[in-house]
Design a protein around this ligand. Structure first.
Ligand SMILES: Cc1cc2nc3c(=O)[nH]c(=O)nc-3n(C[C@H](O)[C@H](O)[C@H](O)COP(=O)(O)O)c2cc1C
Length: 335
C-alpha cells in the first residue's frame, strides 16, 4: 500500500508536503499550471514589496495633485484612476487569475520591514481570494543605534498589524539572524503568526573590483544550506503552536525527507526548479513515496518530527552537542 502523503499547513489540507516557494514561476499562469500538474501541493506567489506599494501611492498622489491644478484639457493627459493599473493592482489580479487557473491553494506574499499604510494590501489580497498570506520580513538593521529589542519589536508590531487586518491564515517568513531565535519564534506566534517559514535567504553584497561598485547578488541555493533550517525546525517542532515550513536548500527527496523528519509540515522549493526544471516536483515526490515505503512509514503525519529535538535519540546534535567532538575529530591535511 502506498504511503499517505497528505499534510496540514496553516490549517490548509494539502495533498502532499511539497510547496513551491515564492518566486516568479508561480506568477506565470502557464508555469503555475505545470507545477500543479507535476504534483505541487500549493504555491506561494512572488512577493509584493512595501516599496512597490509606497512608490505607486506616491505616483498616484502626484498625478492627482497635478491634475487638480491643471486646466481640464491637461487632465486628459492623465489616465483616470481606474485606468491606472499599478503594480499592486496587477498583483491582486494575479491572485484572482491564479485562483481560477489551479485547484491547489495559492498563497500571496507581502514583503516589507515596517508597519505602515502599505499593510492595507494584506486585506486586499484576502479579498482577491488568496488562501493564506505569507509575510516576508527582510530587514537589515544597519543603524548602530538600533538595539536587538528595537529590531524584534519592529517585527512583532508588523506581524500584529497584518494579523489584525486579515482573517485568513498568516505565515511569517524570517531569516535566522536573531540572538534568541526560539524566543523570537514564540513571540511571532503570540503576535498572530499561524506559521513560520524558515528561512529567508539574504542576498549578500559583492564588490566589483573593476567597476568599484557594490551590488547584491542572487545566487541559487545549494543543498548544503538546508542544515540551518533543519536545526531550527528540529528545535521548534512541537514547542511553538504554529505550522513550520522549511525553505532554503531543499533540492531533492532526501532534502524534503530531512525537513519533514526534523518537524516541518511542508518543504518549499525554488532554486531546484530553476536548475533542473518543473519536472523535479514529481521526481521529489516519487523519491519521498519510495523512501517511505522502504522504511515502512504509512504516512507523512507519522514521520513528521520523528527526528525533532523532542523525539530524536540525541537531541544535543541540534545544539552545542558534538561541536567539540566534530571539530577535533576532523581528519584532513592542508595540501
Ligand atoms: C528567482 C527567485 C526569486 C525569489 N523571489 C522571492 C520573493 O519574491 N519573495 C520571497 O519571499 N522569496 C523569494 N525568493 C526566495 C525563495 O522563495 C526561497 O525562500 C529561497 O530561494 C530558498 O529556497 P530554495 O533553496 O529552494 O531556493 C526567491 C528566490 C528566487 C530563486
Amino acid at each position: 500500500m502506498s504511503a499517505e502523503l497528505n499534510t496540514t499547513y496553516l490549517g490548509l489540507k494539502l495533498k502532499n508536503p511539497l510547496v513551491v516557494s515564492a518566486c516568479p514561476l508561480t506568477a506565470e499562469i502557464d508555469q503555475l499550471k505545470r507545477l500543479e500538474q507535476a504534483g505541487a501541493a500549493a504555491a506561494v506567489l512572488p512577493s509584493l514589496f512595501e516599496e512597490q506599494i509606497e512608490h505607486d501611492s506616491m505616483q498616484m498622489a502626484e498625478a492627482q495633485e497635478f491634475g487638480a491644478e491643471s486646466f481640464a484639457e491637461a487632465l486628459t493627459y492623465f489616465p483616470q484612476q481606474d485606468e491606472f493599473r499599478t503594480e499592486p493592482e496587477e498583483y491582486l489580479e494575479t491572485i484572482a487569475k491564479a485562483k481560477k487557473a489551479v485547484a491547489i491553494p495559492v498563497i500571496a506574499s507581502l514583503n516589507g520591514t515596517s508597519k505602515g499604510g502599505w499593510v492595507r494590501y494584506a486585506k486586499m489580497m484576502q479579498e482577491a481570494g488568496t488562501d493564506a498570506l505569507e509575510l516576508n520580513i527582510y530587514f537589515v538593521p544597519g543603524e548602530l543605534e538600533m538595539t536587538g529589542p528595537d529590531v524584534e519589536n519592529r517585527y512583532l508590531e508588523l506581524v500584529a498589524a497584518v494579523r489584525e487586518s486579515i482573517s485568513i491564515p498568516l505565515a511569517v517568513k524570517i531569516g535566522p539572524y536573531f540572538s534568541s531565535l526560539g524566543n523570537m519564534a514564540q513571540r511571532l506566534v503570540e503576535s498572530g503568526a499561524d506559521g513560520l517559514v524558515l528561512f529567508n535567504r539574504f542576498f549578500h553584497p559583492d564588490i566589483d573590483l573593476e567597476k568599484l561598485e557594490a551590488h547584491p547578488q542572487l545566487h541559487l541555493s545549494t543543498s548544503a544550506e538546508l542544515s540551518v533550517p533543519l536545526r531550527w525546525i528540529a528545535l521548534l517542532h512541537g514547542r511553538v503552536k504554529a505550522s513550520l515550513a522549511a525553505t532554503s536548500g531543499i533540492h531533492d527527496a532526501p532534502g524534503l525527507l530531512k525537513a519533514l523528519l526534523a518537524g516541518a509540515d511542508v518543504g518549499m522549493i525554488a532554486s531546484v526548479l530553476y536548475q533542473k526544471g518543473i519536472a523535479e516536483v514529481s521526481e521529489i515526490l516519487a523519491g519521498l513515496s519510495k523512501w517511505m515505503e522502504e522504511k515502512e512509514y504509512s504516512s507523512v503525519e507519522q514521520l513528521k518530527g520523528s527526528m525533532s529535538r523532542e523525539n530524536c535519540p540525541d537531541p544535543s546534535a541540534f545544539q552545542r552537542g558534538n561541536y567539540m567532538k566534530t571539530l577535533t575529530s576532523f581528519v584532513g591535511e592542508a595540501i
